[in-house]
Design a protein around this ligand. Sequence first.
Ligand code: 13P
Ligand code: SF4
Length: 319
Amino acid sequence: PEQKENHTAKIKDLLVKHNAVLIAHYYTDPDIQALAEETGGFVGDSLEMAKFGARHEADTLIIAGVKFMGETAKILSPEKRILMPTLEATCSLDLGCPIEEFSNFCDQHPDREVVVYANTSAAVKARADWVVTSSIAVDVLEHLAEQDKKIIWGPDKHLGRYIQQQTGADMLLWQGACIVHDEFKTNALEQTMALHPDAAVLVHPESPQSVVDLADFVGSTSQLIKAANELPHKKMIVATDKGIFYKMQQKAPNKELIIAPTAGEGATCRSCAHCPWMKMNALHVLSEVFEGNDKEIFVDEDLAKKALIPLEKMVNFAN
Ligand code: 13P
Ligand code: SF4
């Protein structure tokens, strides 16, 4: 605890000294989220983080999350310095969607609009017509389906299938997955539901179809938090990264929150409902964010210019 206090005090001083603001994702550790709140920073989903960073006047944004969030911040605010606790924090969706292969896939279907998830590299965004986050994906695809647009969607196959079912859009899906949500298991979830028959089941749409099918509510991180508060149930079984519990409990203080199981009894899980890359944003790592020269995000200027076009559509669509 003493070490924790030292790190916290050090970070608070540094934020003031460098005119910097801390912007954290819901999946980061509670200590990081609490610090962002205490220091006038921000905790939110990937879209809200992008908007907050672009509008804030600080010279330096510290992005506690994963690399695509830092890149998005840099593309939206090229004049700002964007630092991350570690540039090693990536995402299985970004890793599973290399630009050459994705671009070839798009080239084979020139009649289709390319819509990509925010969880992608700057290069993939630069190849896209639209960038969306899970909080606006259904609305954007509904809008495109109304104009009879045919779509290429990447990289998350589960989110793509969910959107397809919700909107009826004609979509070709890239076959990526999030290692955290892909691990939620139907049978184990049914057992948990049997133990808590009065609980509502909240599911992020990066989860497999069979898990989504068991949900009372499906939505992005911010939508799940809102639902936990608004649904009448006293208990919630939640299928998303357990980092979300910090904010969810804050917004729904009287509810009992239960994490959905990630593997059957006796089996081991890879992520155990916590993203290994989000986890890298530990307090002691954050306390060294101004040390060394390997924490700053740079994006190739040409790519940034191209990626800005669909990213601005994303930010403005949600306004
Ligand atoms: P949100 O867009 O709901 O924040 O989820 C993105 C995500 O999976 C971050 O890891
Ligand atoms: Fe990527 Fe999944 Fe981690 Fe989010 S939780 S950063 S989608 S691997």
